[in-house]
Design a protein around this ligand. Structure first.
Ligand code: 3Y8
Ligand code: NAP
Length: 248
């Protein structure tokens, strides 16, 4: 009779869903560690033991899983954190540790939405060719350099931390972290005379305010589709994770 595993989870975090899972696991007394990449200055505190920083690639993650006797991995990273997700699949396959992704479906355009889908950031940059416009570039800091290829626009940027300069000649920076609200995003876009919104298809609730605001203002959206990922168990609610834990 094999003794049932006492769960010891690793949550790859950095999203609204990861935070909801951390709260539930903490309340239920399930042993788990929350992991941040260390991308921002002051990541939101979690009700679980928390680690910050990369693991050192696939081998580093394998080493971490073994040294910390992790029994399950939940990849609750943002849909655009594709490298982390790929590494998690490789490391969990190598160690035979159960892996589930806690993710959220992509947003789909509804009545009144004017979306142009592009495959990735380079395609979004190419789509911005043409006459100058007032663009709300709500895709964060990591890919700003790519948009320097289209310097003609006036950019409204929303970043989590104050940047050390931005590579765009006409840019106004708002330092803010989500979740955001439709009302505040509509006021922000009206104040800046936004004519186009550029967004990653993050899904979920934390960043969709700008899309609802764009719809109410009749503005077009340039929607960047999320990167494709290899096959893995995908769950979309915390309750499904608890059920998966009980049966894996
Ligand atoms: C460090 C950890 C919560 C979860 C907060 C979600 C919601 C708000 C929306 C806009 C879009 C953007 C950005 C965004 C959202 C949630 C969630 C989400 C988008 C924090 C966080 C970390 C990060 C990293 C940061 C990236 C950036 C992306 C800002 C915490 C706040 C634009 C993605 O300066 C940098 O280096 C920032 C880097 C990766 C993407 C980019 O390319 O710049 N997120 N965001 C995580 C770590 O270190 O592991 O402090 O909470 C988490 C959240 N960001 O309920 O509190 O779940 O999606 N994050 C995008 O969607 O385009 C903002 O402004 O409208
Ligand atoms: P990424 O490009 O997929 O990953 C790059 C490297 O960062 C990974 O290989 C890993 O380094 C490290 N890393 C990423 N997430 C990590 C985590 N949760 N814990 C420990 N190390 C992590 O990742 P990213 O897009 O930069 O996202 C970084 C973090 O921001 C994630 O927590 C993600 O959920 C959050 N986030 C990202 C976005 C986005 O738009 N990309 C939006 C919202 C939140 P090693 O190889 O050294 O292990």
């Amino acid at each position: 009779m094999s003794t049932p595993l006492i769960p010891n989870l690793l949550i790859l975090g950095g999203s609204t869903e990861a935070n909801a899972l951390a709260k539930t696991l903490s309340e239920q007394g399930v042993a788990a560690t929350y992991s941040y990449a260390g991308r921002v200055d002051t990541p939101r505190p979690q009700p679980l033991p928390t680690r910050v920083g990369g693991f050192g690639g696939i081998d580093g993650l394998i080493r971490y899983l073994r040294e910390n006797t992790i029994t399950h991995v939940v990849d609750a990273t943002h849909p655009f954190a594709a490298q982390m997700s790929r590494n998690a699949i490789e490391a969990c396959t190598a160690t035979q540790i159960p892996l589930a992704a806690l993710t959220r479906p992509p947003w789909v355009a509804g009545p009144g939405d004017t979306w142009q889908h592009v495959a990735d950031v380079p395609a979004a940059v190419a789509a911005l060719a043409g006459a100058p416009r007032r663009v709300f570039l709500a895709t964060g800091r990591l890919h700003l350099e790519a948009f320097a290829a289209q310097p003609q626009h006036h950019y409204l940027l929303r970043l989590v931390d104050e940047p050390d300069g931005v590579p765009l000649p006409q840019a106004y920076v708002v330092v803010a972290r989500g979740p955001f609200t439709e009302e505040s995003d509509r006021a922000l876009m009206q104040h800046h005379g936004t004519q186009l919104v550029v967004s990653k298809n993050a899904g979920g609730t934390g960043a969709r305010a700008k899309l609802d605001a764009a719809r109410s203002l009749g503005l077009p959206v340039l929607m960047i589709d999320r990167p494709s990922l290899p096959q893995r168990v995908e769950l979309s609610h915390v309750s499904q994770v608890l059920d998966w834990l009980a049966h894996s």
